[in-house]
Design a protein around this ligand. Structure first.
Ligand SMILES: C/C(=C\Cc1cc(O)c2ccccc2c1O)CCC[C@H](C)CCC[C@H](C)CCCC(C)C
Ligand SMILES: C[S@@+](CC[C@H](N)C(=O)[O-])C[C@H]1O[C@@H](n2cnc3c(N)ncnc32)[C@H](O)[C@@H]1O
Length: 263
């Protein structure tokens, strides 16, 4: 399978969106960057779940369960999973809120949502009938203010082109006093953690992804983590957006992290 030559824009380096650029160029760059990201996740959709299981030795399911627990989602709640992808967190939320509750999974990749929907069909468990899949943008959520009792965002915030805007949207649609739980890779303050992450991506993740013609797509993980925010910066970003509380928890030995914010 030919390896894809991805334009540099895939990395959408934040420097390209520096203040010196005009607002117009910002917007144009963000749009092109967003299109690149959407295409990336649509390309990896067919193998995404299996590679996550393989490359994390199944541990990503533990981290996602933790994220859902931290969201405070409970029976009967109306909850949202942003950047839902193939639906892992949405299915966990569905089990939490039960048939009296409602789960909405939103993602801008139709291919990811098709995988999520087919997984929902495959599962005979009645409780998953409370999930609705919506094609939409995390930066412009199609929901009214103060709408959800809990929100999750798993491995999404690092991938959006405007993190501030994404956090502001989470604040807007979350009910007062309720929580959002944001799971992602951790941009650690400990240099050794970054070295370990990059070594694993270079020497395990990308070589495995190469077998599927997806080397560039998985190599993107490295730059996206480098350009992400540290736990402290994520807490500050959340407080600046208006959240009353923000706590960042390192998990998986610091390789991953989970931000819990309260409106
Ligand atoms: C569920 C995980 C990653 C999801 C994910 C997020 C992205 O932003 C991507 C971007 C581009 C391609 C793929 C993804 C993507 O899959 C985390 C686990 C899966 C990772 C691919 C595994 C990375 C290895 C870790 C550095 C360390 C794993 C430690 C484990 C205890 C063995
Ligand atoms: C790494 S996947 C995470 C999927 C799932 N939450 C999980 O934990 O496995 C990132 C997802 O974010 C989606 N995404 C990225 N930017 C987005 C945006 N601006 N709006 C909606 N979805 C977006 C991608 O399409 C992709 O499905």
């Amino acid at each position: 399978m030919p390896t894809l030559q991805l334009t540099p824009l895939l990395h959408c380096r934040s420097s390209l969106l520096s203040p010196e650029n005009s607002v117009f160029r910002h917007r144009k760059l963000r749009l092109r960057c967003s299109d690149q990201r959407q295409a990336l996740f649509s390309r990896i959709a067919p193998v995404y779940d299996n590679l996550n299981d393989l490359l994390s030795l199944g541990q990503h399911r533990v981290w996602k369960r933790m994220a859902v627990s931290w969201s405070g989602a409970k029976r009967g709640d109306n909850v949202l999973d942003i950047c839902c992808g193939s639906g892992d967190l949405a299915f966990l939320l569905s089990e939490k809120v039960g048939l009296d509750g409602q789960v909405i999974g939103v993602d801008f990749s139709r291919n990811q949502l098709l995988i999520a929907s087919s997984r929902q069909q495959e599962r005979s468990t009645l409780c998953y009938t409370n999930i609705e899949w919506l094609e939409g943008d995390a930066l412009n959520l199609p929901f009214s203010d103060k709408n959800f009792d809990a929100i999750t965002m798993g491995y999404g915030l690092r991938n959006v082109t405007d993190k501030e805007r994404a956090v502001e949207e989470i604040f807007r649609v979350l009910k007062p006093g309720c929580k959002a739980s944001i799971l992602d890779f951790n941009k650690s303050m400990e240099p050794i953690t970054g070295v370990i992450q990059e070594w694993m991506i270079d020497n395990i993740v990308v070589p495995v992804a190469t077998n599927y013609g997806l080397a560039e797509e998985y190599r993107y993980l490295k730059s996206s983590i480098q350009e992400y925010l540290t736990g402290k910066e994520l807490e500050q970003l959340a407080l600046a957006a208006g959240f009353s509380d923000a706590k960042f928890y390192e998990i998986a030995g610091g390789l991953m992290g989970n931000l819990v914010v309260t409106r």
